[in-house]
Design a protein around this ligand. Structure first.
Ligand code: EPU
Length: 331
């Protein structure tokens, strides 16, 4: 365990953050020791992954824990191949390694930043695939007892950018391992945008992953160059009635009816229509190629970012009567 650790470069928004204590356990027994220490000293625990979906405060008391279980392996299971993946493995590196082996399942999720352990928390999703489509189970360790158990995909209650880990299990478990269900049989999902046009006929998973990388690189800023946390807002769900009213008034509005009767709108489009794409105020701005991404030019902090985000959400609400909610986790 280290004390007084600067986490400014450990979050992709590069918000200044000083953690009182920090540990990166690489084994179950080390994690259990750290949790025992935290309990004995009554330190509040903050769980971190790659820092690509969090809004960190300037000062973090207690202890920040980033699981560093960095092993993964494959096991055959009848028709499928199961990948067992440690929480500390980099997600994009895993996607490319699996795709290069000819395994189908996660290729559409290439270039999403962060650690594998964080992926189930918000049920990462892109280009028509969500993690929950390929996840078999999640291994967790309870903060209160140090006990380890597996949760099946059904137990995780996945939704759009949502899971049990954001709800009843928030702050109660550490995710230590994932089991992903992959396939050697071609299962391309190419329905989103112009993905199909960007791959050859009968593509390999690697070709799909490479096409996804190219699309993301065209639109999304690279956090190592310009600090950001990907989509800053969730795409809002509105009632069918409100969606019909909006479609009448704005015939071009992207809208996606959901199985539960609600309609999902594109937050990026709503912000863009307010003329805010590329808008900058001091340290923060709306990205000039994808209005859903807020960027940090440097010199700002979390309160400043939250004020900027509020102003964006307020402008959207004034125009469309739709409330935007931040997508990253506010610690
Ligand atoms: N749009 C605009 N202006 C913009 C941005 C988008 O008009 O500035 C329009 C687009 O033309 C399109 C619609 O809005 O009609 C949706 O845009 P896009 O396909 O780029 O996807 P998104 O809804 O903005 C979501 C995810 C992304 C994911 C992409 C692709 C959320 C919050 N975001 O973005 O995830 O990569 O779909 O599947 O669901 C992330 O979560 O960090 C992330 C990048």
């Amino acid at each position: 365990m280290s004390t007084c650790v600067d986490l400014t470069t450990a979050n992709t928004l590069r918000l200044p953050c000083q953690a009182a204590r920090y540990a990166a356990p690489a084994s179950l027994s080390h994690l259990q020791d750290v949790l025992t220490d935290a309990r004995d000293h009554h330190w509040p625990v903050t769980l971190l992954g790659g820092g690509s979906n969090v809004l960190l405060p300037p000062q973090l008391d207690g202890i920040a824990i980033r699981p560093a279980f960095c092993h993964w392996w494959l096991e055959a299971d009848q028709e499928d191949v199961i990948a067992y993946v440690g929480a500390g493995v980099n997600w994009h590196a895993l996607v490319m390694a699996l795709a290069a082996r000819g395994l189908w399942g996660v290729e559409n999720l290439a270039l999403i930043p962060g650690d594998c352990g964080a992926a189930p928390v918000q049920n990462i999703g892109a280009y028509g695939v969500e993690l929950s489509d390929v996840l078999k189970a999640v291994q967790v360790v309870e903060l209160a007892t140090g006990a380890m158990r597996w949760l099946s995909v059904d137990e995780c209650q996945f939704g759009y950018r949502d899971s049990l880990f954001k709800q009843t299990l928030a702050g109660r478990v550490v995710i230590t391992q994932l089991a992903l269900k992959l396939s050697e049989t071609p299962k391309p999902v190419l329905g989103y945008g112009d993905l199909a046009a960007r791959v050859p006929a009968s593509p390999t998973p690697l070709e799909v992953a490479q096409a996804v990388c190219a699309i993301r690189q065209e639109k999304l800023p690279d956090p190592s160059v310009l600090a950001n946390a990907g989509s800053f807002f969730k795409n809002p769900l509105v009632s069918d009635e409100q969606a019909q009213r909006l479609v009448q008034e704005y015939p071009g509005i992207p809208h996606f009816p959901q199985p539960n009767g609600q309609t999902k709108l594109a937050a990026g489009w709503l912000i863009d229509q307010c003329g805010l794409k590329g808008h900058r105020e001091g340290a923060f701005g709306v990205h000039d190629r994808q209005a859903l991404v807020l960027v940090h030019f440097g010199g700002g902090d979390r309160p400043g970012l939250l004020r900027f985000a509020d102003a964006i959400a307020h402008a959207v609400f004034e125009r469309f009567a739709v409330m935007l909610e931040p997508e990253p986790r506010v610690i």
